[in-house]
Design a protein around this ligand. Structure first.
Ligand code: XUL
Ligand code: CO
Length: 442
């Protein structure tokens, strides 16, 4: 049961409201106006913001060099299940005050791992019952659920790609339960992120066997979802490395190739995270474009990295340039629903006061709202699209149209170019003009 007598965790913070760009109040939105319409749809429905339970309610501020720093006065010592249940009150107070519609969790974020699988399942059921009541009362929904298949020592060699069949079986049991709980909570999706699905050393790794097992595992999840009538969208989240040297879900290209190779492409879309794209040597826009053009754009994990630190630093996104790129591409491919914008981001170790959680999310939400407005203005104006189309104008010529329709061959094209002697009409790429044009909307 939620502890009704529990004092508020954020007593000094009132619900965050839209006050417009000129407000001096740093605990207000300047751009995120949930009901405002952009391209005929509310900002709330475009962005479908979600809070990550793991970072926001379980983040401690510890890093490889130092101890936890976060001040979280609501955290209770003693029985971990009682603490987990009390923590749900904090989570929903935070999310209701922030005004987000969704949250995401791993099974072990919300409920403690027990000594046996049965005990872990029981803990999860107990917390899920409380989460359900909070959801029903507040209207906040589960964007996606997932299972933590990477923290426990049993997953030292991976979960679906482990060398040990019993560990594979345990992971399967854990995902079965996580799917049931996600379904019970009306989750709109389920994410696979392969925490330790990869390798540290190729000499001790049978890569083909491991990747076959990853596909078998996902297929079992798809089959079980069908069996229990779970209609949520499955997502695969790319990340190239960390904690492993190489992860099999490296980037969108690798993930989509994997899904097609194993016949999973109808069941799974991509959940794309900005800092993971960076680690893969791509821009977020590249990953979104690559997934979008092939119909695999599902949901996003919104964060950003640091240009000088080579880790997955999971910072809150504040760059308007970045959010404009993201929202322009998302609008181009028709939006995210049933996916959304999940802040897979954590406050800095040095930002240890509870109020920093609000500043961080407000900043991220405003940055995305601004990116959305700018992207919509660019699309309404059309100048960027026209410049792009100009660059490819030769494909509207009789020759271009015939190539695209399949009417030309190597022989016919050779004949055409032998007759002409040289290709004509190559214009400037105008990169600087495109970039300058973008800046006129920011
Ligand atoms: C880790 C990460 C995960 C996934 C869900 O880098 O992004 O939290 O989003 O397992
Ligand atoms: Co993520």
């Amino acid at each position: 049961m939620p502890v009704d007598s529990q004092p508020q965790a954020f007593p000094d913070i009132a619900p965050i409201r839209y006050e417009g760009p000129t407000t001096k109040n740093m605990l207000a939105f300047r751009h995120y106006d949930a009901d405002a319409l952009v391209e005929g749809r509310s900002m709330r429905d475009h962005l479908r913001f979600a809070v990550s339970y793991w970072h926001t309610f379980r983040g401690t501020g510890s890093d490889p060099f130092g101890a936890p720093t976060m001040l979280r006065p609501w955290e209770q010592a003693g029985d971990p299940l009682a603490a987990a249940i009390a923590r749900t009150n904090v989570a929903f107070e935070f999310m209701e005050k922030l005004g987000v519609g969704f949250y995401c969790f791993h099974d072990r974020d919300v409920a403690p791992e027990g000594v046996t699988l049965a005990e872990s399942n029981k803990n999860l059921d107990a917390v899920a019952a409380v989460l359900k009541r909070h959801q029903d009362r507040s209207g906040i929904q589960l964007l996606w659920g997932t299972a933590n298949l990477f923290s426990h020592p049993r997953y030292v060699h991976g979960a679906a790609t482990t060398c040990n069949a019993e560990v594979f079986a345990f992971a399967a049991a854990q995902v079965k339960k996580a799917l049931e709980v996600t379904q019970h909570l009306g989750g709109a999706g389920y994410v696979f992120w392969g925490g330790r699905e990869g390798y540290q050393c190729l000499w001790n790794t049978d890569m083909k066997r491991e990747i076959d097992h990853l596909a078998r595992f996902m297929q079992m999840a798809v089959d079980y979802a069908k069996e229990i009538g779970f209609m949520g969208q499955f997502y695969f989240e790319p990340k190239p490395r960390e904690p492993t040297k190489h992860q099999y879900d490296f980037d969108c290209a690798a993930c989509i190739n994997f899904l097609r190779t194993y016949g999973l492409e109808k069941h799974v879309k991509m959940n794309i995270e900005t800092n993971h794209a960076t680690l893969a040597g791509h821009e977020m826009q590249h990953e979104l474009e690559y997934a979008g053009m092939q119909g695999f754009l599902g949901s996003i994990d919104a964060n950003t990295g640091d240009t000088l630190v080579g880790w997955d630093t999971d910072q809150f996104p504040t760059s308007i340039y970045l959010t404009t790129q993201i929202m322009y591409t998302i609008l181009k491919y028709g939006g995210l629903a049933p996916g959304g914008v999940n802040f897979d981001a954590k406050v800095r170790r040095e930002s240890f006061e509870p109020v920093d959680l609000f500043y961080a999310h407000i900043g991220g939400m405003d940055a995305f709202a601004r990116g959305l407005k700018i992207a919509a203005a660019m699309r309404a104006d059309g100048a960027m699209q026209r410049l792009l189309e100009d660059r490819y104008a030769s494909w509207s010529s009789p020759l271009g149209k015939k190539i695209d329709s399949g009417a030309e061959t190597f022989r016919s094209l050779e004949a055409a170019m032998l007759a002409k002697g040289e290709a004509q009409g190559c214009g400037s790429g105008r990169q600087e003009l495109f970039e300058n044009l973008l800046n006129t909307y920011l």
